[in-house]
Write a protein that binds this ligand. Structure first.
Ligand code: ADP
Ligand code: MG
Length: 428
């Protein structure tokens, strides 16, 4: 490919790999025609909030699903379309979006709602940034809604990160409590299906809502999502089969569109760094490994040292023992040895069991009850959802755990260490 250069050859004006790299950025919101494979979900969300466009009260809806399944994208997409459709019917509808992983308290969330309403309207009153409580923000919210809008769709993304659910009650009771006549539809989004139970405990029936579940993408959907952004690359840079491979790997691991797109981008950067003119399957493989380790590190970043050690214990058993699944007891035995190695006091077996359950919650491991007849009792078998190699790498990135044996060291120990006693001293 001919290379154009700017004045200084140090800075090439022409990117040999990427054409429109922004299509692969994390925050990029694709155009409508680049949204793929979510027609049913779009219909379902529209069915819940769509009444707004006809001047009728909407349903609240909770959307559950793992990360990267298009929940945020589809919610914003449908809300925006509903707003436009409403305008066509001379109904003033606002769309408000709150990322509750940042605005994680009721005060922060209501402040953001109030400020974004002010921004959308020419509201004259001053809304203080600090020093006032939730009630004052609610006053502003009701005031602006009442003055300016017939309806509003409030998207509360990552709602499980909110410290309480009062905002749901306030929003759903606002009309009944005569705070405002504006119709309010809430779209709550959670990456954790388990939040469902918590929610039921926290709220009463006034927050009536439907539930939707977004499933991980399969390989063909991921393929289409990436095909639709192929023009992020220069023509002919992506070798045949690369998108297919990327989709297959991502579908097998997690079905997360965000990660799939990230892998594609990372593969392109790898190609560029190494001076390659094309992106090959090898680049995808390599990018996928890095992404997977990052993903595990991200998932476990908030976990305690003991959770990490528990994961490491399971990974190291799999590496040295060759089996896919291990009992809690077997993991515990290895865990105790490992604690010794990093000079950490072990927690109890029951404590470890709870850590494992927490990891299952994060989607890093899967646990299933097995076991025999009445006399034998049942027990749990744990397996890793990812390559144990990645767990070892991710756990060792924690600076307090970097002295743990590497994958290669564990691997060399081999099946001789199937028994409880991996000779950890040899690594120390
Ligand atoms: N159906 C889709 N079509 C095109 N791009 C998608 C689709 N689903 C997700 N994406 C892309 O993948 C990324 C993750 O989607 P997002 O909606 O943020 O997932 P979630 O909120 O479920 O974690 C976004 O960058 C989005 O652009
Ligand atoms: Mg999201």
């Amino acid at each position: 490919m001919a290379e154009q250069t700017s004045g200084d050859p140090l800075f090439r004006s022409h990117d040999p790999i990427f054409n429109r790299k922004e299509l692969l950025h994390v925050g990029h919101v694709p155009d409508e025609d680049r949204i793929v494979g979510r027609d049913d979900e779009i219909q379902s969300v529209a069915a819940e909030v769509g009444a707004i466009t006809r001047g009728d009260p909407p349903n609240n809806v909770m959307i559950y699903g793992k990360t990267g399944t298009g929940k945020s994208l589809i919610s914003r997409h449908v809300a925006t379309r509903a707003k436009d459709a409403a305008r066509g019917n001379e109904i003033d509808c606002a769309v408000l979006y709150v990322d509750c992983s940042e605005a994680n308290t009721e005060t922060r969330a209501t402040r953001q709602l109030a400020l974004s309403l002010k921004e959308q309207t020419g509201y004259q009153q001053n809304i203080p940034l600090r020093g006032v409580g939730t009630m004052e923000y609610y006053q502003h919210i009701w005031g602006i809604l009442e003055d300016c809008f017939d309806a509003v769709i409030v998207i509360l993304d990552e709602i499980d990160k909110l410290d309480n659910s009062n905002i749901l009650m306030q929003l759903s009771r606002a009309r009944e409590a005569q705070k405002t006549d504006t119709y309010i539809g809430v779209i709550g989004i959670s990456n954790k299906v388990q939040y469902r139970e918590t929610l039921d405990e926290r709220i009463d029936s006034s927050f009536g809502h439907r539930e939707l579940f977004f499933h991980p993408y399969d390989a063909s959907q991921l393929r289409e999502i990436m095909r639709n952004r192929e023009d992020a690359f220069q023509p002919d840079v992506l070798e045949a089969g690369t998108i297919e491979l990327c989709a297959a790997l991502a579908a097998k691991k997690h079905g997360d569109a965000r990660k799939a797109i990230e892998i594609l981008k990372e593969a392109g950067e790898l190609a560029r760094r190494t001076g390659s003119e094309t992106v090959s399957e090898a680049h995808i493989q390599q990018a996928q490994e890095v992404a997977e380790i990052n993903r595990i590190e991200e998932l476990t970043s908030g976990a305690t040292v003991h959770a990490k050690l528990a994961l490491y214990a399971l990974a190291s058993r799999i590496i040295t023992g060759g089996r896919e699944t291990y009992k809690t007891r077997e993991i515990y035995e290895r865990y105790v040895g490992i604690c010794d190695l990093v000079a950490n006091d072990p927690i109890t077996e029951n404590g470890l069991y709870r850590q494992l359950k927490e990891q299952a919650f994060l989607g890093v491991i899967e646990s299933e009850k097995t076991g025999g007849g009445r006399s034998q009792g049942s027990y749990l078998l744990h397996r890793l959802v990812t390559d144990p190699k990645h767990i070892v790498k991710a756990v060792r990135r924690d600076s307090s755990l970097e002295q743990l044996p590497t994958y290669d060291q564990l691997h060399e120990t081999g099946p001789s260490a199937t028994n409880r006693d991996l000779d950890l001293d040899s690594f120390a």
